[in-house]
Design a binder for this molecule. Structure first.
Ligand code: ZN
Ligand code: ZN
Length: 112
């Protein structure tokens, strides 16, 4: 049985692919040839691409834990939802009711 000709190329500095298959078989730099049966692909003869430089640790942005500002409702300790001052509809409603009551309280009372 004739082996398929080598159709390999570097994917990154430590990975190469054998394109005799679909999807292409990925192999590590340490592998000298494709592990697929009947495939004659060998590690690309050209030199592997340069290993990318390690990112500067100072520039690596550490994603903060997904915590936003706290819910605006006083007695609520939940985290507010994105694009909202409240954690939920419930708190937003509570706050609306309180504002409504406060408005009523400041209105002058009619003499009895
Ligand atoms: Zn192969
Ligand atoms: Zn809340």
């Amino acid at each position: 049985m004739r082996l398929k000709p080598s159709k390999s190329k570097w994917l990154s500095y430590n990975t190469w692919v054998c394109q005799n298959h679909y999807p292409a078989v990925r192999l590590t730099e340490a592998a000298c040839n494709c592990y697929m049966l009947g495939c004659g692909s060998v590690r690309p003869t050209e030199a592997a691409p340069e290993k990318p430089a390690e990112p500067d640790p100072v520039l690596v942005f550490i994603q903060p834990v997904a915590t936003g500002p706290q819910c605006t409702w006083d007695s609520c300790t939940e985290t507010a939802r994105p694009n909202s001052k409240y954690c939920s509809r419930k708190c937003s409603n509570k706050n609306a009711r309180r504002r409504h009551r406060a408005r009523k309280a400041t209105q002058p009372h009619h003499a009895a």
